[in-house]
Design a protein around this ligand. Sequence first.
Ligand code: PSU
Ligand code: MN
Length: 300
Amino acid sequence: MPLQLNFQPEVKSALEQGRAVVALESTVITHGLPSPENVEVARAIEAAVREQGAVPATIAILGGEITVGLTPEQLLYLGSAKNVRKCSRRDFSGVVARREDGATTVAGTMMVAHWAGIRIFATGGIGGVHRGQPFDESADLLELGRTPVAVVCAGAKAILDLPLTLEVLETQGVPVIGYQTDEFPAFYSRSSGLPLELRVETPQEIAAIIKAHDQLGLNAGTLIAQPIPAEAEWPAAEAQEVIEEALQDAAARHITGKAVTPYLLQRVSDLSGARSKTANIALLLNNARLAAQIALALTG
Ligand code: PSU
Ligand code: MN
């Protein structure tokens, strides 16, 4: 562990006792969902992990302290705080040194989960390669290539270039496991038309793959892709129009760097209203449940 981590006592004792713990990210709270609903959703995600019998550990940087497991007050603070920096690998040193607040992305959360000894992490969608911008490649993909944490997601959003995203995951040596699917899911939609080689039916099978991954000493992440529940799906053909418009707006406004993804998420949400939000929340809860089941299978 490179430096002091600030553990919430419940998370600390669960880890010491070898009980099931699921890491959760905080960028989805600060940059992915609108306030004040973001805090409600974050609470519901934690509750979904608990219902399965695991302990949630939402990760963030508060006043420069890397925090593993947030109190309800800390969660509320983060959900409305201004100037929270979005933190992937390169952002940590600046935020810690200056004692700022930081929300961890998939990449940032994987780093902290690994330091903390948490093997599994639930999120909504991972970052990927941006459409028409092959050099704008999310730090999430490179972190998956170097940090042994298993990430449960609903695939990646169709705002991204999904075929190129899968190519980078292959290059990085990241197993992509389809949970009850033969295809890489496309976040809002269950299917992308992109086949996966590894399909599993149960959390126990996923736990067995993670264990083999560890025994082989493969210092890389594992990606578990679970399609959004059918009843909450926003079919690709319908989402497409909104996504195209959001991409055009981002280009017209010359949005660059780490602002691209939050801008696109916000724009899609504004243009589609409840449609994207309902889908987003449903898949977040579904992924939290599956991650908890895998965590239990790993400890059992
Ligand atoms: N995709 C979503 N919702 C999100 C994100 C991605 O559907 O909230 C967030 C995650 O925290 C992810 C980050 O790690 O955006 C990726 O940002 P970038 O593309 O700048 O790496
Ligand atoms: Mn980027």
